[in-house]
Design a protein around this ligand. Structure first.
Ligand code: CA
Length: 207
């Protein structure tokens, strides 16, 4: 009889322990996940995919400012900023901040200033000016010193499409006023000596 009881206990106890462990696991796992807050992070600028592109093929990646408007040769200039999404799989919120550092000539004559979402491919090239936007004029900007812009749908679209970067193009509505003089906005790039004017993409991601 004693052997029968012992055999029964040996059979039942491991099953009971396993059931308790499974119950505790699911309970504490759910509680822990629910209590963690979202994470805030800054996506790094991709230096080689950021800069100014000139109609006619000029590509400028080292300047401390993006030039958006036209050149003295009456060629359109657009600015491009790109951010590395490596390691990011989901985004709850994305906020892009840009800072104007100067207006040269009559840039305001070529307004408004448009922010396009483009597929930049991780490197600045002439196609960033000529290529069709993924979404044109995501935001139409008024003349301010700085802009803070919601780009959550655009970053989410990049992640959904498997792109490892988010790229935005700044362009004025008018290509050129053909006056043979520089007319452009200058917007801080990540190469500017003043870090306060660098472009910033703040992400909020799940824990
Ligand atoms: Ca001009």
């Amino acid at each position: 009889m004693r052997f029968q009881i012992r055999a029964l206990l040996l059979l039942v106890l491991p099953l009971l322990a396993a059931a308790l462990a499974a119950g505790c696991g699911s309970s504490s796992g759910g509680g822990t996940g629910a209590s963690l807050p979202p994470i805030g992070m800054r996506a790094p600028v991709i230096a080689g995919a950021e800069g100014t592109v000139e109609d006619g093929g000029g590509v400028f990646v080292v300047n401390p400012q993006l030039h958006v408007g036209d050149s003295a040769a009456n060629q359109r200039l657009v600015g491009v900023v790109a951010f590395d999404l490596t390691g990011v799989t989901q985004v709850l919120q994305a906020e892009l901040t840009l800072h104007r550092t100067a207006n040269i000539g009559n840039a305001l004559d070529l307004q408004p200033l448009n922010l396009d979402h483009i597929d930049g491919g991780g490197v600045l090239d002439a196609a960033d000016l000529t290529g069709a936007a993924l979404t044109a004029s995501v935001h139409v900007l008024t003349d301010q010193v700085s802009w803070t812009l919601d780009v959550t749908p655009q970053v989410a679209a990049d992640l959904a499409a498997g792109r490892s970067e988010s790229t935005f193009r700044l362009r004025l509505d008018g290509a050129t006023d053909a006056d043979g003089a520089l007319d452009h906005y200058r917007i801080g790039s990540s190469k500017h000596v003043n870090m306060d004017v660098h472009p910033v993409l703040e992400l909020t991601i799940p824990p």
